[in-house]
Design a protein around this ligand. Structure first.
Ligand code: IYR
Length: 227
């Protein structure tokens, strides 16, 4: 039986967490780092099928993320339909073409050179799934009344972090794609006005011939300060 108690009239459940010995903790932390450090953003996708049940578990994992006042201000739209993927590719490439041919300042394009990105987004049709994460700027209760959401950017950012981790854990790869502007996604997916596109994440297997830029991650002393 789950332990329950009321605090000021609100139900709380007793929470327990496994403790590890100091040595176990070192092993756990080291192994996790070495595993997560193998995650890479991938642009070369295979069209190999991935079971919907896997994607469902990945999304459930993402949706365990903490959120402002536990409002869970996200919705994950999963597209596997070839026709919809094609529409998304056409619209995204249209925006990206304009970005790469005028909207992006030269400095920005220079920063992207080592990644060799361009306006062409073939992966939007190749990857078996596109997960489009929408951020809810406000929400509706069951009766249809408008309700507030809080810290939506932070909440969705964390949920996407969980999503990418769950994708990596399943042996799949992803790309955090941000076609800009992304309003076309509301239209194609018939999403309501309270939802704003946050990230477009193709998910699938890496292609047999898959190349990623030879990037280096910052050292600990460049990313952390201990006081
Ligand atoms: N959104 C564009 C450009 C782009 C921007 C950044 I910052 C990147 O890290 C990668 C790409 C695109 O998806 O190509």
């Amino acid at each position: 039986m789950e332990k329950l108690k009321l605090i000021n009239g609100f139900p709380f459940v007793h929470y327990t967490k496994d403790f590890y010995t100091k040595d176990e903790m070192v092993v756990k932390a080291t192994e996790f780092y070495s595993w997560i450090n193998k995650r890479r953003t991938v642009r070369d996708f295979s069209d190999k099928h991935v079971g919907k049940d896997i994607i469902e578990k990945i999304i459930l994992s993402a949706a365990t993320a903490p959120s402002g006042a536990h409002k869970q201000p996200w919705i994950f739209c999963v597209v596997s339909n070839a026709g919809i993927k094609k529409q998304i590719r056409i619209e995204a490439e249209n925006e990206e073409y304009k970005s790469y041919h005028g909207r992006m300042p030269e400095d920005w394009k220079k920063d992207l050179l080592p990644l060799q990105t361009d306006w062409k987004k073939e992966f939007l049709e190749t990857a078996p799934y596109l997960i489009i994460v929408f951020k809810k700027n406000y929400d509706f209760d069951k009766a249809g009344n408008k309700t507030n959401t809080y810290y939506t950017t932070e909440s969705c950012g964390i949920a996407c972090g969980f999503l990418l981790t769950a994708i990596h854990n399943a042996g799949l790869v992803a790309l955090t794609h941000t076609p800009s502007p992304m309003n076309f996604l509301n239209k194609i997916l018939s999403r309501p006005v309270n939802e704003k596109p946050f990230l477009l994440i193709p998910v699938g297997y890496a292609a047999d011939e898959c190349w990623v830029p030879d990037i280096q991650r910052k050292e600990l002393n460049e990313v952390a300060v201990f006081y």
